[in-house]
Design a protein around this ligand. Structure first.
Ligand SMILES: NC(=O)c1ccc[n+]([C@@H]2O[C@H](COP(=O)([O-])OP(=O)(O)OC[C@H]3O[C@@H](n4cnc5c(N)ncnc54)[C@H](O)[C@@H]3O)[C@@H](O)[C@H]2O)c1
Ligand SMILES: O=C(O)[C@H](O)COP(=O)(O)O
Length: 387
């Protein structure tokens, strides 16, 4: 039996199914793996029993992934599984900030007891006249799973679309409409934009990337949309731009002590991924990642270890070694196996940044002394006997 600790509400109805051979536990110290969403794990006392964490969602700035890698804990996310949900709410924010929809609805509610409301609505409607998205310039920062979908949707809406992503993946470059014009600098992207929408992860080079200088380049009365992370924008600069009218609206998914006091804001409750479909997609992807890792040692969509697959564990034994990406690890591993006279059927070694993963199948079970010797290799973070 493998034990799973669930942190956060994974789905609205609470349904999470792993199938036979799995149990849910309350005590994390009894768990093999964690399934979670946005809880901040920095400072969390992670028990040694935990071998893997799957984050249902994209952003992993709430998880100390480098530290966990060095403790032999593989962290997964679910790339793209909630991207459509975010795309739709971003488009919604573009419309809301352009058409006076909310203000017009507010007026109707406030005048609900007016028997002549139909006539009076005709008189007042000019106050809610807005502008169309078609033909307007939109800048999209980050052209990954969400940003590429937003950019393409804006093309279909007839907007003049510009994108900035120095690290765009080949896969997302292929997905991007040829009508999305890619620019090489953040400044060129911001210049003259009527709408600016942010779709980058929160990390050292993106924290505060939208500040006074970038906002000054936007078209007068531009709209800023932040459904990425609160850290990406300099909130004081946004506040000043709103007060001075340089920004007409700020739509954000992050209710912070500062954003809630700003004028002309649409603020949601970190609800970008809040659809039944996105929750189900994220849970399905995260659960299958965890199961394949726990049962077979295979890694897909990890944010701190390389992808690696040897299919189902069918040989007598399968061992996975999580270690630093340094020279002579394979040499040391095979030397120890040779001492045990172990016959390796298949071996795979993959690396990603500072971390590496070596997995092998053997014809017979290894002696426990052999496993202990593997664990004693310097720079070895964890050795798993999967089978
Ligand atoms: N509000 C929500 O509910 C919600 C939902 C999903 C994602 N998000 C946030 O949005 C972010 C993006 O999500 P995604 O699924 O598109 O992730 P993703 O990893 O698919 O895409 C991120 C893109 O940002 C690019 N990028 C990285 N650093 C950059 C930089 N300095 N300048 C420009 N581009 C840069 C990457 O190359 C990548 O293409 C997530 O990390 C998360 O923080 C929020
Ligand atoms: O990074 C993400 O995927 C989003 O911010 C969604 O977070 P949530 O799963 O906590 O809603």
């Amino acid at each position: 039996m493998r034990n799973i600790k669930i942190i956060d509400d994974i789905t609205k109805d609470g349904q999470v199914t792993f199938g036979d051979g799995y149990a849910f536990v309350d005590d994390t110290a009894e768990a093999d793996a964690i399934l979670m969403r946005s809880t901040d794990l920095h400072g969390y006392d992670l028990p040694a029993s935990i071998r893997a964490i799957a984050r249902c969602g994209a952003g992993v700035n709430n998880i100390p992934i480098d530290d966990y890698a060095k403790r032999g804990v593989v962290v997964f996310n679910s790339p793209g599984a909630n991207a459509n949900a975010v795309k739709e709410i971003v488009l919604c924010m573009m419309v809301l900030s352009s058409r006076g929809v909310v203000q017009s609805m507010d007026w109707v509610r406030q005048n609900a007891d007016d028997p002549d409301i139909l006539t009076h609505a005709e008189h007042v409607k000019k106050a809610f006249v807005g502008r169309e998205l078609k033909g307007k310039r939109v800048g999209v920062i980050g052209l990954g799973n969400v940003g590429s979908k937003v950019a393409n949707a804006c093309v279909y809406l007839g907007m003049d679309v510009y994108g900035y992503d120095p690290f765009i993946s080949v896969e997302h470059a292929w997905e991007l409409s040829r009508d999305v014009q890619r620019v090489g600098t953040l400044e060129d992207l911001c210049r003259g934009c009527d709408y600016l929408t942010l779709h980058v992860p929160s990390k050292a080079d993106t924290v505060g990337m939208i500040g006074t200088d970038q906002l000054a380049l936007l078209a007068p009365g531009a709209v800023l949309i932040n459904f990425a992370r609160e850290t990406i924008v300099d909130e004081d600069a946004v506040d000043a731009a709103l007060h001075e009218g340089r920004l007409s609206w700020f739509a954000t998914d992050f209710a912070t002590p500062k954003t809630v006091l700003m004028p002309n804001t649409f603020i949601t409750t970190h609800s970008g991924a809040g659809t039944e479909e996105a929750e189900a997609n994220c849970a399905d992807m995260a659960i299958s990642e965890l199961k394949d890792y726990l049962e077979n040692g295979n890694i897909a969509h990890s944010v701190n270890y390389p992808s690696c697959s040897m299919g189902k564990a069918r040989a007598a034994s399968r061992i996975a070694c999580l270690h630093a990406n340094v020279p002579n690890m394979i040499g040391q591993i095979t030397a120890i196996l040779a001492k045990d006279n172990a016959n390796v059927q298949r071996m795979v070694n993959e690396s990603a940044g500072e971390n590496a993963y070596t997995m092998f199948d053997t014809d017979e079970h290894l002696e426990s002394s052999t496993i202990d010797a593997l664990k004693r290799i310097s720079s070895m973070y964890r050795v798993r006997v999967i089978k």
